[in-house]
Write a protein that binds this ligand. Structure first.
Ligand SMILES: *[C@@H]1O[C@H](CO)[C@@H](O)[C@H](O)[C@H]1NC(C)=O
Ligand SMILES: *[C@@H]1O[C@H](CO)[C@@H](O)[C@H](O)[C@H]1NC(C)=O
Ligand SMILES: *[C@@H]1O[C@H](CO)[C@@H](O)[C@H](O)[C@H]1NC(C)=O
Ligand SMILES: *[C@@H]1O[C@H](CO)[C@@H](O)[C@H](O)[C@H]1NC(C)=O
Ligand SMILES: *[C@@H]1O[C@H](CO)[C@@H](O)[C@H](O)[C@H]1NC(C)=O
Ligand SMILES: *[C@@H]1O[C@H](CO)[C@@H](O)[C@H](O)[C@H]1NC(C)=O
Length: 339
């Protein structure tokens, strides 16, 4: 019975995300938006802004930003327009931006952003919001992690117990396995950074038996980890946007905080294309000013959306905000990446 269930569950996981992966690998000529937002101004067809992002698009934040920004501009006397969301991880989003296919990339890799910014390929590099990484795993906890362990100590236990169990599989319980996003996403880069920090490269040939390469988008990857009883790195937005079923099959062992030095803090930054590449120069530039705006009086800024946004995936009575506000006084001069 258990085997059948698991096989069926696997089929569901394996079949669902394929459409997304195919859409994502479509060629540049056929790049299509994953969603188009009009702020309630039905019938509007003029494209004002094109935004590329992965997880925050899936959680609905890009849509909430789009709708709020359209209405902010309309409130200031601007004609209605649409905001398009293009699905892509950090690497793809930057590529779309460089090719002039989008106006904005919302990304999660400071070193990669620093490179784009230093090459003069963007007109602005802004701090959008805080997402937070969550280190999660099966409640059976075969690697015996303690929530008091540091994230590096947890990684060490997974390597040690994973290697032991690969040699001598346990007869009484779950095997220790780690699900890697393995897709060059910001989460994949963060999990790799954690393993490298403890002197491990489990993805190198011959790759470690406990290291499960599963390149899919965030929600699908977390669902797979929950069905396969594997440890994985995810983010708070993905966690809260996942079904209660998925979450009930996992335990949070470590959650990122708002401390800028926390290795599990996931800063989302906003890259705005060069003026000449913007589909609408006025709207593109206005978005850069709006997205960092925290307006305590009218509550209409991009940071006000961050503070209240709870996503579309939460079904409980009390919904928690998915993200937290960006620090107010950040500029590219604050970044130490790549130095
Ligand atoms: C616009 O379209 C949406 C979805 O089709 C609908 O729910 C909404 O009532 C429409 N709004 C107006 C003002 O017509
Ligand atoms: C974590 O540390 C605190 C304080 O030292 C202790 O009270 C608690 O029992 C520890 N929790 C676990 C899971 O070890
Ligand atoms: C399985 O057996 C090992 C070794 O005997 C023991 O350390 C571990 O706690 C057991 N696990 C479970 C889930 O019972
Ligand atoms: C952030 O973490 C660092 C290192 O643990 C600590 O020294 C610092 O006090 C923390 N900052 C805040 C604002 O909590
Ligand atoms: C809030 O809106 C009012 C009326 O449009 C405007 O005068 C005021 O400057 C706005 N407040 C902020 C902080 O932008
Ligand atoms: C950025 O640097 C400035 C100048 O050193 C400093 O005042 C500010 O607090 C820093 N901001 C952040 C978010 O670290």
């Amino acid at each position: 019975m258990k085997v059948t269930l698991r096989f069926y569950a696997l089929l569901v996981v394996l079949s669902a995300p394929l459409a997304v992966v195919q859409a994502q690998s479509s060629t540049s000529d056929s790049l299509l938006p994953a969603a188009v937002y009009n702020g309630g101004h039905n019938g509007t067809t003029k494209v004002g802004l094109r935004i590329a992002n992965g997880g925050a698009g899936q959680s609905g934040l890009i849509g909430a930003w789009g709708d709020a920004f359209i209405n902010y501009m309309v409130g200031k006397g601007h004609e209605p327009f649409t905001v398009e969301w293009y699905l892509g991880d950090t690497t793809q989003s930057i590529e779309y931006l460089e090719k002039g296919q989008v106006d904005v990339a919302v990304t999660y890799n400071e070193a990669a952003e620093r490179q784009v910014y230093d090459s003069g390929l963007v007109s602005a590099w802004l701090y959008g919001f805080h997402d937070h990484f969550y280190f999660v795993g099966p409640p059976s906890n075969p690697a015996q992690l303690s929530t008091n362990d540091s994230i590096l100590a947890m990684a060490r236990k997974i390597v040690q117990v994973g290697n032991q169990q690969a040699a001598v599989p346990p007869t009484n319980g779950t095997v220790t396995r780690f699900l890697s996003r393995y897709d060059k996403s910001a989460t994949n880069i963060k999990e790799s950074e954690i393993f490298v920090k403890i002197g491990q490269v489990p993805w190198a040939y011959a790759y470690s038996k406990w290291y499960h390469q599963y390149p899919r988008f965030p929600i699908q990857a977390l669902e797979a980890a929950s069905l396969l009883s594997e440890y994985t790195l995810t983010d708070r937005g993905t966690w809260l946007s996942s079904s209660p079923d998925v979450r009930s099959r996992l335990t949070i062992f470590k959650a990122g905080t708002d401390n800028e030095t926390d290795i599990l803090l996931n800063p989302a930054r906003v890259l705005i294309a060069k003026k000449d590449n913007l589909v609408d120069k006025e709207i593109g530039q206005a978005f850069g000013e709006w997205v960092v705006l925290y307006d305590e009086q009218n509550k209409t800024g991009g940071q006000n959306v961050i503070e209240t946004f709870t996503g579309t995936g939460q079904t409980g009575e009390t919904k928690e905000p998915l993200y937290t506000r960006a620090p107010v006084n950040w500029s590219p001069a604050n970044s130490t990446a790549g130095q």
